[in-house]
Design a protein around this ligand. Structure first.
Ligand SMILES: *Cc1c(COP(=O)(O)O)cnc(C)c1O
Length: 407
């Protein structure tokens, strides 16, 4: 076992020298020649039953070598036997619910809010035929019934940076598998499988890709659970495109450096925002009160690079004055992104329930990028102070870009 930064660079690349290549091979085949059709049939059977690989990939919905390399590298970073990649984070959440609830015949989920708005809506809507009971982290055991197939948690939670004790939730869940959405922490800061989580899930779209140009999801888990997820992925078709697998694998090499740098910036921005007269509350695990259970330094290697805050003024007005920081959903990119959860990512969560889970209607979420912290602060300070000296390029309704004054 190598250390984190080494594993990030070398994971899933062990055989490249033997192949005589340096960069990751990208296999875009949708189908593979099977001159021996009986052998092809055996390979198809193996893959359909959940095998990690077979004599031939047969067809790209069944297996792809480029994606399999990324999965191997991510599993090494999470310290699990296997990982299974999907076309998006939501496809990954869906597959975990299908495996743990639908396949297992246990159509009840216990979930701790807040959760990413899409996950919350998926669990609340009944779209997958499961019922969900929301509980606080300390009441998970009370909410579990004989029908409960899965406990769903996020830490740090999207969007308010609530932390929860994974080992304690796993203990309260008893024999019920726990999925931890590790998107915000990344394997750089936290490995939930080591704390007993059955499934560790990532929206790979965020930090793993890291450049805002690939949509993907991945679940790290034991081989037996991975086999079920592969079986599901084959028939639901929720596959990751091989180019996505290539880009995500490439992104892993710089993941530790990106997360460490963005985290330093987030700590500094959180500290300065907390002292700004235009700001109400600031949520970041680095701040006093941001980590009441003392999980940073134990469960988590650091406070992470996402923070949230409220503004004295209308948050929409503050966002509209930003010039450098990109007003957009998503997070974990090289550039700093800010968004208004109640309006966007958490729009489908009923307002009263959102408020009750600690996400005020005026909260803004900021994902620190890799820019110079002084430039970011200048932008935030100016926007919060009601001044605007910059021109911000706003897409017009026709899709063309016009220069507009936003002050
Ligand atoms: C974005 C996000 C998701 C959903 O991922 P997609 O790749 O957008 O489908 C799930 N969980 C968390 C915590 C997220 O931030």
């Amino acid at each position: 076992m190598t250390r984190l930064r080494t594993t990030a660079v070398h994971g899933g690349r062990e055989d490249l020298a033997d192949l005589g290549v340096h960069a990751l091979p990208l296999d875009l085949s949708t189908t593979y020649p099977v001159p021996d059709q009986a052998a092809g049939g055996r390979a198809l059977q193996d893959l359909a039953e959940g095998a990690a690989r077979a004599e031939s990939p047969v067809y790209a919905r069944l297996h792809n070598p480029t994606v399999a390399r990324f999965e191997q590298a991510l599993a090494a970073l999470e310290g699990t036997a296997a990982a299974v990649a999907f076309g998006s984070g939501m496809a990954a959440v869906t597959a975990v619910v299908q495996a743990a609830c639908v396949l297992a015949g246990k159509p009840h989920v216990v979930a701790v809010r807040p959760l990413y708005g899409g996950t919350d809506h998926l669990l609340s809507s009944g779209l997958l035929g499961v019922r969900t009971t929301y509980a606080t982290a300390d009441r998970v055991a009370d909410a579990i019934t004989p029908d409960t197939g899965l406990v769903v948690v996020e830490t740090p939670a999207n969007p308010n940076l609530d932390l929860l004790d994974v080992a304690a939730v796993v203990a309260r869940a008893g024999t019920v598998p726990v999925v931890v959405d590790n998107t915000f922490a990344t394997p750089v800061l936290q490995n939930p499988a080591a704390l007993g989580a059955a499934y560790v899930l990532h929206s790979a779209t965020k930090y793993l890709g890291g450049h805002g140009d690939v949509l993907g999801g991945v679940v790290a888990c034991a081989e037996e659970r991975a086999a079920e997820l592969r079986r599901i992925r084959i028939v639901t078709g929720a596959v990751l495109h091989p180019l996505g697998g290539y880009l995500l694998h490439r992104g892993l090499a710089t993941l530790p450096l990106r997360v460490e740098a963005a985290q330093r910036t987030a700590v500094e921005l959180a500290r300065r925002l907390a002292g700004h007269p235009g700001v109400g509350l600031v949520r970041h695990p680095s701040l006093p009160g941001g980590d009441p259970a003392g999980l940073v330094g134990t469960q988590m290697g650091g406070p992470g690079a996402v923070l949230a805050f409220t503004t004295r003024e209308d948050p929409a007005a503050v966002v509209a004055r930003l010039g450098l920081i990109t007003p957009a959903v998503s997070l974990g990119s090289v550039d700093t992104l800010v968004e208004h959860p109640a309006a966007l990512t958490h729009r489908l969560v009923p307002g009263a329930e959102r408020e009750a889970s600690g996400v005020p209607g005026d909260l803004l979420r900021l994902s620190a990028g890799l820019e110079d912290v002084e430039d970011l602060w200048a932008d935030l300070d100016r926007a919060l102070s009601g001044a605007c000296e910059r021109h911000y390029i706003k897409p017009s309704s026709s899709g063309e870009r016009a220069l507009v004054q936003t002050g």
